[in-house]
Design a protein around this ligand. Structure first.
Ligand code: SAM
Length: 271
């Protein structure tokens, strides 16, 4: 059936045809027969068929019913096929232990949303090998002060050590995409890069700080609903220059900012 399938653009179907890249991805996952693996978007099975003999359990989420059918028909009891949208499916129903590995050649249009979802489920995922558009890969590995540094960088680097597995040219896919791609490996850290008291609040502050890149921290935080008074008191308490831009703050500085902002806001709201 794979030779008859016409790639569907709306599902970001660029199938891997370069076996070297496939082997690189699988080697980076360091699979073993006790592993439970989740693959998002198995497509025609370039990664799936090679991973299956190496693991204990392989869960697949595929949105394209036609492509999912070949895996449903496969009958291998290690394979668990979930037909649907990876962004909508409840991952808690699938990830049944705390050391899942996630391997995926992601469709580019959902990669950021998948990352936010995986951050939410990080207790269940110990390693991820993911393919991105190179531009997104650059953002994920970026350092403070660079134009690539953003909220996704901070949130991912807080919980995961991120390294490049390989760069992938368009010719590795059929049909070829217009841009270079990059495979990244994410290893969950034993402890976050810096202690964060309230995960949700930290995320809110980080997202707000990058929401308008040309604006100062003060303006970004006020635009996100923090009162000017709270922001100004926090600046003093935390000894943080709110004229700085979000992209100049390190992860440690974000944690410090979020902690102080929350303390001041709670004090302000109860008075
Ligand atoms: N893994 C295959 C490979 O490497 O050749 C296919 C990769 S292709 C870039 C992306 C795959 O993700 C396609 O099979 C597509 O149908 C599937 N897909 C797209 N959007 C999805 C979604 N929201 N949830 C689950 N699968 C999705």
């Amino acid at each position: 059936m794979s030779t008859l399938h016409r790639p569907r653009k709306r599902f970001g179907q660029n199938f891997l045809i370069d076996q070297n890249v496939v082997n690189h991805i699988i080697a980076a996952a360091e699979l073993s027969l006790s592993d439970h693996v989740l693959e998002i978007g198995p497509g025609q099975g370039a990664l799936t068929h090679k991973m299956l003999p190496l693991v204990q359990r392989l869960d697949l989420i595929e949105i394209d019913r036609d492509l999912a059918q070949q895996f449903t028909d496969n009958g291998d009891e290690k394979l668990h096929v979930h037909v649907g949208d990876a962004l909508k499916i409840d991952w808690n129903q699938i990830l049944n232990q705390t050391d899942y590995k996630l391997v995926a050649n992601l469709p580019y249009n959902i990669s950021s949303q998948v990352l936010f979802k995986m951050i939410t489920h990080r207790q269940l995922i110990s390693r991820m090998i993911l393919m991105f558009q190179k531009e997104v890969g650059d953002r994920l590995r970026a350092q403070p002060g660079s134009k690539e540094y953003g909220s996704l960088t901070v949130l991912c680097q807080l919980w995961f050590d991120i390294s490049r597995v390989t760069l992938v040219p368009p010719s590795a896919f059929k049909p070829p995409p217009k841009v270079m791609s990059e495979v990244l490996r994410f290893d969950r850290r034993e402890t976050p890069r810096v202690e964060v008291d309230d995960d949700g609040f930290f995320r809110r502050v980080v997202k707000a700080s990058f929401a308008q890149r040309r604006k100062t921290l003060r303006n970004c935080l006020c635009a996100a609903g923090f009162s000017a008074e709270v922001v100004d008191i926090t600046a003093e308490d935390a000894q943080l220059d709110m004229k700085r831009r979000g992209e100049t703050l390190s992860i440690t500085e974000f944690a410090h900012l979020a902690k102080q902002l929350q303390i001041v806001e709670q004090r302000y709201l109860t008075n």
